[in-house]
Design a protein around this ligand. Structure first.
Ligand code: G6Q
Length: 549
């Protein structure tokens, strides 16, 4: 496999182009090329991607495409779609694309076509979702389900929680949906505070079914159900279903494996919202709409697999992310959805992008020589404008931004949508072109205030538009970012599909839990700070001083 490091000619070529860019400005690029907006806007699969306010020139794009080719992106795309074990540190294929493959597709893992398995699970999910939605499924005391609580964390939470918020408009409002992830008991307590155990269904979503947060919450939920049913253990079967790859652990917990929805180790947690992990989404919006969401992702999959790189939206998005992070040195990137329903989308993308590309070594174990995945963060517009946009416009760091907008609103009230869209468009314009000191002074601003009211501009952004926030549109947005992340990982030569960086803290916590709970004073062998923190928490737990000082 091709590995492109800093000494590679293709990297040098992009670096040389970046040198020119650092000296130029977006205003000049627009002045020089009247066709720029059109030239650097691409549409496919219902997505429009305007990257004309990025530091893209024909030359830069050509060099980035050459870099992607040198890194073997076309082959890597094929390898992913074919089911090769591209997650080499875990020896697994990476096949979230199989979750939305058409019924007649053939994708083999170890000689077995996995597509029929995917569709079998989708059908079982659909039958179950219909039972819940129609009220046919009854709780232990005979009541239909009125509340669905997904218990899961990380990839088993962020996708479903985001999708529920994003698609709430399309959801059955007769059912309440809640998401419990944090091991902090507050999360569970608040989620069930106003729920009735007799009409509540828990979906325990855990690929491994061993994750401490999820199993702790699931046990508390089981106690909550049992307490309400007078300890009748058969109630568990009517109020719990599981989404997992681990049937024996599911059975051990007491959930009937007939009520388990499976997936496979070739689906990474953060890429799993189209699998059975999306059961809550399917119950909320119905099987047909869930399939529309998958169809949206599939349309982007096909585009990513077939479009030339220079006209390939996820590839371009990924290459520009590499350009901004590695070549122009922008260590963060903001995602700014101008749609209130997408308010959890930045949180979802934090995991997708940073758990995937927050890596410092390449596939062969050698260090990556350039910065890799940027810190991704964001909030919906226009709220962010009244908060952190100050820094975006006048701060000392440059934060490339993705603006995401929907052309048609789901709620049509007077001027709301026009105001919303005007703000989105205006922010990108202000970031790119700013307001020079001369223009500020010409408005009669007193000289001492001119520097304060000057906007440097030259801050790159992309604008991504969909028609309306439908299940299909959400599917396209998710697949766009999934494949952008993949593109970035290929160029950096890293494995975007493992997450060893989350292990160490978990292991250390397992050591500290018994130290906090021990009835006798434990011998602590940590550093002085860790030891002191443990002693403080122990003191408070045993009824001693709760004054943290
Ligand atoms: C995602 C990660 C991680 C995972 C959670 C939950 O890609 O692997 O966020 O989803 O740790 O794991 P389980 O589903 O096994 O409980």
């Amino acid at each position: 496999m091709a590995m492109v490091n800093k000494t590679h000619a293709a990297w040098h070529a992009v670096d040389a182009a970046a040198e020119g860019i650092r000296r130029g400005s977006l205003a000049e690029l627009f002045a020089r090329d009247p066709g720029r907006a059109e030239r650097f806007t691409t549409s496919a699969a219902g997505l429009l991607f305007d990257y004309s306010k990025q530091f893209a020139t024909t030359d830069v794009v050509e060099r980035l495409v050459a870099l992607a080719e040198a890194a073997g992106l076309p082959d890597r795309i094929e390898a992913m779609f074919r089911g090769d074990r591209i997650n080499t540190t875990e020896q697994r294929p990476v096949l979230h694309v199989a979750l939305r493959a058409p019924r007649d597709a053939v994708i083999e893992v170890d000689g077995r076509n996995v597509v029929p398995d995917v569709h079998d699970v989708l059908e079982r999910m659909a039958a179950f979702a219909r039972e819940i939605r129609s009220g046919t499924w009854r709780g232990a005391s005979g009541k239909p389900i009125r509340a669905v609580v997904n218990i899961g964390i990380g990839g088993s939470d962020l996708g479903p929680a985001m999708a529920y918020e994003a698609l709430r408009f399309h959801a059955d409002r007769g059912i309440e949906f809640r998401f419990v992830s944090n091991v902090d008991g507050t999360d569970f307590a608040e989620a069930v505070l106003d729920l009735d155990p007799s009409d509540t269904l828990f979906i325990v979503s855990s690929k491994t079914f061993t994750t401490i947060e999820t199993m702790t919450n699931a046990r508390t939920a089981r106690e909550w159900i049992l307490a309400a049913s007078g300890g009748d253990a058969t109630a568990v079967a009517r109020h719990f279903v599981a989404v997992s790859t681990n049937a024996s652990e599911v059975a051990r917990f007491g959930i009937d494996t007939g009520n388990m929805f499976g997936f496979w180790d070739w689906v990474g947690g953060r890429y799993s919202m189209g699998s059975a992990i999306g059961l809550s989404t399917m119950i909320a919006i119905g099987p047909e709409a869930f399939h529309d969401m998958l169809a949206g992702s599939r349309a982007v999959d096909e585009h990513f697999r077939t479009a030339p790189l220079a006209a390939n939206i996820p590839a371009l998005h990924g290459l520009l992310t590499v350009f901004n992070a590695s070549l122009l040195g922008h260590a963060t990137a903001a995602v700014l959805p101008y749609d209130q329903y997408l308010r959890r989308f930045p949180a979802y993308l934090q995991q997708l992008t940073m758990e995937s590309n927050g890596k410092r070594v390449r596939l062969d174990g050698s260090p990556v020589e350039s910065p890799t995945g940027p810190v991704v963060w964001g909030e919906p517009g226009t709220n962010g404008q009244h908060s952190f946009y100050q820094l975006l416009h006048q701060g000392t760091v440059v934060v490339p931004c993705d603006f995401i907008g929907c052309l048609r609103p789901l709620h049509e009230f007077g001027q709301h949508h026009a105001i919303l869209m005007a703000n989105m468009i205006a922010q990108a314009e202000a970031l790119a072109f700013g307001k020079p000191a001369a223009a500020v002074a010409a408005e009669g601003v007193s000289p001492e205030l001119v520097p304060h009211r000057t906007f440097p501009g030259n801050r790159p952004s992309s604008t991504i538009l969909v028609d309306q926030l439908t299940p299909r549109a959400l599917g396209t947005l998710v697949a766009l970012y999934e494949h952008s992340v993949f593109t970035q990982g290929v160029v950096w030569g890293i494995n975007s599909f493992d997450q060893w960086g989350v292990e160490l803290g978990k292991v250390l916590a397992q050591r500290i839990i018994p130290e906090l709970e021990s009835p006798t004073e434990p011998v602590l062998g940590h550093d002085a700070s860790t030891n002191a923190l443990i002693r403080r928490v122990r003191r408070a737990r045993s009824g001693g001083s709760t004054d943290p000082s």
